[in-house]
Write a protein that binds this ligand. Structure first.
Ligand SMILES: Nc1nc2c(c(=O)[nH]1)N[C@H]1C(S)=C(S)[C@@H](COP(=O)(O)O)O[C@H]1N2
Ligand SMILES: [Mo]
Length: 173
């Protein structure tokens, strides 16, 4: 079983209408539709998923585009240290660029061999296995490269910005 947890707002109209936009402190801002995005090199990564409310879903087989592939294409400017991820349901989160280039961080479009379902963030969601689930944004539409970190939806509401499941770092302090 893979629980669903979100704001309850539908986040996407499907692959044909989906676009990914990259903005902010990058040399080559860009925009991809589904055709172009899905022809980028794909990566498969198996990882566990930990929600801050204490459930975990082990051994997820994610398939998608490594975040580092996008980073190479858009070429961050030297001041860019964070990325804000904006979603189709109004949700957002942000992470240090250094965390996002880890090899297991994907913009995923398939899960356990199936097209990623809308309820789990299809067409495309971020997967950041080393962080609590609220960093794994569903229905990703915009990546904004910034110098200073913009706090995301749950981070503004008291969840830890570090979101480290190994130290059970759940709340900001
Ligand atoms: N766009 C969006 N992404 C989101 C959320 C959300 O509300 N909206 N919830 C987050 C939280 S708190 C968790 S635990 C995971 C849950 O992912 P799942 O519904 O695929 O299990 O999605 C994260 N990504
Ligand atoms: Mo969560």
């Amino acid at each position: 079983m893979f629980p669903v947890l979100d704001l309850g707002i539908p986040g996407s109209k499907g692959r044909s209408q989906w676009r990914l936009k990259v903005e902010g402190l990058v040399e080559s801002p860009g925009e991809w539709g589904w055709e172009d995005f899905s022809s980028l090199p794909a990566t498969i990564s198996v990882s566990d998923f930990h929600c801050v409310t204490s459930w975990s879903r082990l051994d997820n087989r994610w398939e998608g585009v490594a975040f580092s592939v996008i980073v190479q294409l858009v070429r961050p400017q030297s001041q860019a240290r964070y990325v804000t991820i904006l979603c189709g349901d109004g949700y957002s989160t942000s992470l240090p660029l250094a965390d996002l280039v880890a090899e297991d961080v994907l913009l995923a479009y398939a899960h356990d061999g199936q097209e990623l379902s809308p309820q789990h963030g299809g067409p495309v969601r971020l997967v950041v296995p080393q962080k609590y689930g609220y960093k794994s944004a569903k229905w990703v539409v915009t990546l904004r490269f910034t110098e200073n970190q913009e706090l995301g939806f749950w981070e503004q509401r008291g969840y830890s910005n570090a979101a480290d499941p190994w130290t059970e770092d759940r709340f900001s302090r």
